[in-house]
Design a protein around this ligand. Structure first.
Ligand code: SF4
Length: 155
């Protein structure tokens, strides 16, 4: 997978700092996409730089957050699972921000947080209480919808 950029953010996972890595070649084609440059092959090969990025930011985040699924094929899913295992081995949590309208799938079952749902301007993003998007948090073996935490954080 290719990634466009990486950095620390407190916005993606409530009450946690995330190392967010933006994956390019997004196949979702949300009509009102706010990052259209991520539709194309853009940036560098993540596998080549992943461990360096992880190490560089290690002291500054709780959750590794992969933003997007790239081309979304079996091999991209395997790569994302590898990053999840890597995060867990190094005592970090793992989040996937999928922009697909899907349910939680089997291959995602080890992730700590999963965001699903395409971006629809009329419903708004996660911070809108009319959003179609959902953020799930794993609690033991269940995924719990915690989207409303974004609404409570509103000023
Ligand atoms: S998931 Fe939707 S909003 Fe996000 S980059 Fe892809 S097309 Fe754009």
């Amino acid at each position: 997978m290719y990634y466009a950029t990486a950095g620390i953010s407190e916005l993606e996972i409530p009450n946690n700092k995330s190392l967010v890595i933006y994956i390019s070649e997004c196949q979702n084609k949300c009509v009102d996409c706010h990052t259209p440059f991520l539709h194309n092959k853009y940036g560098e090969i993540l596998k080549d730089n992943f461990s360096d990025i992880f190490e560089l930011f290690y002291n500054y985040f709780d959750v590794l957050c992969i933003m997007g699924e790239g081309k979304g094929r079996y091999k991209e899913k395997q790569e994302i699972q590898y990053y999840c295992e890597y995060a867990h081995k190094h005592n970090k949590k793992f989040a996937l921000y999928s922009g697909r309208d899907c349910n939680i799938e089997d291959w995602m079952k080890d992730f700590d947080y999963i965001k699903i749902g395409s971006y629809k301007k009329e419903y708004g993003s996660l911070s809108s209480n009319t959003t179609n998007q959902i953020l799930y948090k794993k609690d033991k073996d269940e995924f719990v919808n915690i989207t409303r935490l974004f609404w409570n954080n509103k000023p």
